[in-house]
Design a protein around this ligand. Sequence first.
Ligand code: ASP
Ligand code: MG
Length: 268
Amino acid sequence: MVFRAPARARFTLINEGTYNGGMLVLKFGGASVRTPESFSKIAALIEERYQQDNRLVVVVSAMGNMTDQLVRLATQIHPDPPKRELDMLISVGERVSIALLAMALQKRGLQAVSFTGSQSGIVTSCDHFDARITSVHPYRIESALNEGKIAIVAGFQGVSEVKEITTLGRGGSDTTAVALGAALGAKAVEFFKDVDGIYEMDPDAFPLARRLEQMTHGEALQMVLKSKHPVLHPRCLELAEQKGLPLRVLSFESKEGGTWVRSSRSDE
Ligand code: ASP
Ligand code: MG
């Protein structure tokens, strides 16, 4: 099926709900892939998840502060780097991660295949460095899942209708994960972070702050809009709220803890 989004389309998805309840999106941020060893560590975690849910899409960010380094590199060449070329450059960060993660999984004997944003069918506006996802056509991901493979997707990037490579704004990989989760009818999107959940206050500044077991999308959105270091990107929360998609924030280092973000709290 060919899909064409009108110029000012609301977010539109293809095959929404096809796998209702059947698949899971895992998202790993830059902190979880700082070193070569991190890839083997998270590959072990992914293997564990794969034994429970064998339809897995993994969205990954650039290693550590690679995106910052690439932006800095660009400014050494041009004081105000042209945004199209900047997107061409910084989209490489996530591409490094997907290839290395697919290799780490294959080393464990799992079938895994990496896809760029464009190969994953993530179509965006043409606003370089701050593009918005307009539609998702995850045909290649579906085929990979049908073949029993783990699909590894580059976060933060897409392709415009005129086939330009775009990026979604800093922290945009969260939005990639939620957009794919909605398009594929995922039962949840799990975000693996260097914290074990969402806290009522910044745990660095307030060591006695309590971790929240659960909250609503709206509550999480209010919180991240006020936060200097938001635990999730506001846009991903807006999209998850609109699609009723459950999110879970948990640690890539510990099995304890976690915070669920859903349409309503179970005690409501
Ligand atoms: N690597 C990109 C950034 O640092 C996207 C992301 O991490 O979500 O902003
Ligand atoms: Mg990053």
